[in-house]
Design a binder for this molecule. Structure first.
Ligand SMILES: [Zn+2]
Length: 272
């Protein structure tokens, strides 16, 4: 029964998201070819949450501060262990065994409220997180500056790339793609002093060509807003996430989204 459900959900994802990049020759990872569905189903299911803003002023991208606190409390109370993107990749490569309920908590864009509102809550619960920063926006009004980023990194929050200027990548020629992907990586590496191995595609849009360039400039993996868990069938350059935004009643929606209980056709995120 589980297998049937899995196959149905895969088919549903194909229908919803059109071309699936899951099986192609971009990733070096050995499990992509003829990976039996039973092995994928038996492998780890990694929940990757995608937040943007944590603040009480409602917006398309925001989650209320109290709701975010309740969501982090839920994760801790229910035995989730927060991991890094490195650990996620190592698990997919078969080099690391993850805890039973892994969660990768991610934020996109690098808004100042991540520092002011989310960071204290993450620290309160001892949770790691990853922020995909728009490199050229660091220090601009409404965004965190380098000191914020460095302080957070010293406390378990990892910075990765959300490109240089947050331009929809599908609109760019190859040289523009390389600038957006590579220069952001180099800038973050220089300012933060560690390698930047992951990128989240701005607006979540990507295609196989963009993924190939992301790999070419040195990333090891890339995150989308394709709704789902990461598992052994995931492509390293099209990693799934569960969006926690566009929701007025976030605790209820949070639970439903991480449980895959409800369809979100209105957002184009899932169809069961
Ligand atoms: Zn973004």
């Amino acid at each position: 029964m589980k297998k049937i459900l899995f196959v149905l959900s895969v088919i549903a994802a194909f229908i919803m998201f059109g071309v699936t990049p899951s099986k192609n020759n971009i990733t070096p990872y050995t499990l992509t070819e003829a990976q039996p569905i039973s092995e994928i189903a038996a492998g780890p299911k990694i929940l990757v949450l995608n937040y943007h803003q944590i603040k009480d002023t409602p917006s398309y991208l925001s989650v209320h501060v109290d709701d975010f606190d309740a969501q982090m409390n839920y994760l801790v109370e229910n035995g989730y262990i927060a991991i890094t993107p490195d650990a996620l990749l190592s698990a997919l490569e078969g080099e690391l065994e993850l805890p039973p309920k892994p969660v990768l908590i991610t934020f996109d864009d690098g808004y100042i409220d991540n520092y002011e509102n989310a960071f204290p809550i993450l620290q309160k619960y001892g949770l790691r997180a990853t922020i995909f920063v728009i490199a050229a926006f660091v220090g601009k009004e409404g965004y965190m500056d380098w000191e914020h980023l460095i302080e957070m990194e010293e406390n378990g929050i990892t910075m990765q790339s959300h490109t240089l200027n947050h331009i929809a990548l599908e609109e760019l020629p190859d040289d523009g793609l390389r600038v957006e992907l590579l220069n952001s990586k180099l800038m973050l590496e220089e300012k933060l002093g560690h390698s930047v191995d992951f990128v989240a595609y701005p607006t979540g849009t990507y295609n196989l060509h963009i993924a190939a360039i992301a790999k070419e400039v040195g990333y090891r993996g890339a995150f989308t807003i394709k709704y789902g868990n990461v598992d052994l069938g995931s492509n390293f350059f099209a990693l799934e996430r569960v969006p926690i935004f566009r929701t007025p009643t976030t605790m209820k929606d949070f639970y439903e989204r991480i449980s895959y209980r409800q369809s979100f056709e209105e957002f184009g995120w899932i169809k069961k």
